[in-house]
Design a protein around this ligand. Structure first.
Ligand code: 4AD
Ligand code: MG
Length: 480
C-alpha cells in the first residue's frame, strides 16, 4: 500500500480508506491517542489505538519521539480539533525512544526556551516552531528561484573559495592547507603562500558580486544564491559568520531599476509564502502573540505577523536619499535628547542600526530604501555621482531587521574605477579580470545582495538569526 503523508491524510475526505503512514510520536495519551507528525505539516494526525487488542509490550514502546509505522483506516473524527483520524489496525515501532533519555532532551513535550533549543539544534526540527520556520525557509528559497527564473534571470554559481575581497572589508576566513606553525616562510619572514594549495592567498567568499558582474556582462540578467562567510566578530541577533546571500546583477540597469527590482522581488517572495505557507504562518503568528505577552508593552509588535507581511506586499517602500535621512535624524527627538549612542551631527557619518531602526520603525513605519550614500563609507565598486562625493548605493531597511539588502549601480567607467582602487590601495593585479569587463564593452549595470536569513527572520517573526538557519555559525560556536 502506498504511504501517505500526514498532510495528505488531513486534507483527504476519502473516509473508510485503508491507509499507511509513518512518522514520529509527539504524544501518546490514555494508552490510546497518538499525535503523529512526519514533518509534512504543522498539524499532527490523531491515530487511535485499540489498546485492548494490542500487546502490552508494544503499547509500552509507543512513546514520545519514537518512529512508528501505522496501517489503519481513515475515519471522520468524533473528537474536537480535527476533522479526520486514523483507526489503527497494525502499528510497528521503527525506532524506539527511551522515555528516560527523551526526558533529558527538548523532545519532551513542554515549552522550552529558544536558547535551550539551540543547544540541541539537531533535535529542534522535531518541534512545531522549528518545523514551521524551516518549511517557510524552504518555500522562500523556492520562491527566490521561481521569481528570477520567471523573469529571465540565469542562476550562476560563483566560487566559494576566492582570491579576492569583494567588499574590501577584510572580514574573511583564510583557506589554507598549511599546518599551524609549519607554514613555509619567504625571505622576508612572511608566510609564503606561493607554496600553498592554490599558490596564493585564498579565503571563503564574502560575496559573489564581482564574479556575478562578469557574468551579467554576458548573460544580461543573473543571480546567485549561495553561502557567504564573514569573519566579523559581531555577536548580534542579526549576524552570522556563515549566511546565504541572494545576489542579482543586471546589465543596463541603473540604480532606479535596481531599487524597483529589489522591491518587486521582496514583495513577490513574501506573496508566495502568504499563498503557500498559511498554516505555518498562522502558527508562527500565534507563537509571536504568546511571546509578546511576556514583553513590556513598548517592545510588543505593533502588527500581527500576517498583517505585517500583507502591509509590506501592499505598500510602496519609501525611497529616501542619505542626505534627506541625515536631516530627519539630525532633527529627530532621540538625537536632540541625546538618546542615540552615536549622535548624528555632520553629513558623512555612517548610519548605525539605531538610526536605521529609528527611520523605519518610528519615522516612516514601512520599509525604506536609502540611496546616494557618501562615497567614503561605501565599497570601491559603487558608481560615483556627478557631485563627486556620493555614490549610487542603496540599502533596503526593514522594520525589526534593519538592513535587509545592500546594493548599488556599479562604476562602469574604467578610469574612475582605477582611480578609486588606487586611492584605496586595492592592487590592479588582483582584480585585472574585473577591470577587463570595463575594457571590453562596458555598460551601466547594477545589483544587490539580500541576506536570506534576514528575510526568513522577517517572514517568520523570529527575533534571533540563529533560529532561522539549521546550524548557525557564530563567533565561538560551530557545534554540529
Ligand atoms: O551589504 P552587504 O555587505 O553587500 C554585499 O556583500 C554586496 N556585495 C552585495 C551586492 O551588491 N551584490 O551584504 C548584503 C546583505 C546585507 O544587506 C545583509 O542582509 C546580509 O547581506 N548580511 C548578513 N546577513 C547575516 N549575517 C551577516 N554577517 C551579514 N552580513 C551581511
Ligand atoms: Mg551593507
Amino acid at each position: 500500500m502506498n504511504r501517505s503523508s500526514v498532510k495528505e491524510l488531513l486534507e483527504s475526505d476519502k473516509f473508510l480508506q485503508e491507509i499507511h503512514v509513518k512518522g514520529w510520536v509527539r504524544t501518546f495519551r490514555s494508552n490510546r491517542f497518538i499525535a503523529l507528525n512526519d514533518g509534512s505539516t504543522i498539524h499532527n494526525i490523531q491515530c487511535v489505538v485499540d489498546f485492548e487488542n494490542t500487546e502490552e509490550n508494544l503499547l509500552k514502546r509507543i512513546t514520545t519521539g519514537a518512529a512508528v509505522s501505522i496501517q489503519g483506516t481513515l475515519v471522520e473524527s468524533a473528537g474536537k480539533g480535527q476533522k479526520v483520524e486514523v483507526q489503527v489496525d497494525t502499528i510497528s515501532i521503527l525506532g524506539d525512544a527511551d522515555p528516560d533519555e527523551v526526558s533529558k532532551t527538548i523532545l519532551q513535550p513542554k515549552r522550552h526556551t529558544l536558547e535551550k533549543l539551540r543547544e540541541q539544534a539537531h533535535l529542534r526540527i522535531r518541534t512545531n516552531t522549528f518545523s514551521a520556520i524551516m518549511r517557510v525557509r524552504s518555500a522562500l528559497s523556492f520562491a527566490v528561484h521561481q521569481y528570477f527564473q520567471n523573469n529571465g534571470f540565469y542562476y550562476v554559481n560563483t566560487p566559494i573559495i576566492t582570491g579576492s575581497d569583494a567588499e574590501g572589508a577584510g572580514e574573511m576566513f583564510r583557506v589554507t592547507n598549511f599546518k599551524a606553525n609549519e607554514a613555509p616562510l619567504d625571505e622576508a619572514g612572511e608566510v609564503d603562500y606561493t607554496k600553498d594549495f592554490f599558490g596564493k592567498e585564498t579565503n571563503l567568499t564574502v560575496s559573489g558580486q564581482l564574479e556575478a558582474e562578469t557574468y551579467a556582462m554576458g548573460l544580461g540578467k543573473v543571480y546567485t544564491f549561495g553561502p557567504t562567510f564573514r569573519a566579523e566578530n559581531s555577536n548580534t541577533t542579526r549576524h552570522l559568520a556563515e549566511f546565504w546571500m541572494i545576489e542579482p546583477e543586471v546589465a543596463f540597469n541603473d540604480l532606479d531599476a535596481n531599487m524597483d527590482l529589489s522591491e518587486d522581488f521582496i514583495k513577490s517572495v513574501l506573496q508566495y509564502v502568504l499563498d503557500n505557507c498559511k498554516d505555518d504562518l498562522q502558527f508562527l503568528e500565534q507563537r509571536l502573540v504568546q511571546e509578546d505577552k511576556s514583553k513590556p508593552q513598548a517592545e510588543r509588535s505593533e502588527m500581527r505577523l500576517l498583517e505585517k507581511l500583507h502591509f509590506v506586499v501592499d505598500n510602496n517602500f519609501k525611497r529616501v536619499s542619505y542626505t534627506e535621512a541625515i536631516d530627519i535624524l539630525r532633527n529627530s527627538k532621540p538625537n536632540k535628547k541625546k538618546k542615540f549612542k552615536y549622535p548624528v551631527d555632520a553629513w558623512g557619518v555612517d548610519l548605525q542600526s539605531e538610526h536605521e531602526r529609528y527611520l523605519v520603525e518610528k519615522h516612516f513605519k514601512c520599509p525604506v530604501i536609502l540611496f546616494d550614500y557618501p562615497a567614503n563609507i561605501k565599497a570601491f565598486y559603487m558608481r560615483l555621482n556627478e557631485d563627486g562625493k556620493t555614490v549610487r548605493a542603496m540599502d533596503v531597511l526593514f522594520p525589526g531587521i534593519g538592513e535587509m539588502v545592500g546594493g548599488s549601480q556599479r562604476e562602469e567607467r574604467l578610469d574612475v574605477l582605477q582611480e578609486k582602487m588606487a586611492a584605496l590601495g586595492i592592487a590592479e593585479e588582483e582584480l585585472w579580470w574585473y577591470l577587463d569587463t570595463r575594457k571590453f564593452g562596458t555598460a551601466v549595470h547594477s545589483g544587490f545582495g539580500l541576506g536570506f536569513e534576514r528575510l526568513v527572520l522577517f517572514t517568520t517573526g523570529m527575533s534571533n538569526i540563529r533560529d532561522v538557519i539549521p546550524f548557525p555559525r557564530t563567533p565561538q560556536n560551530a557545534a554540529f
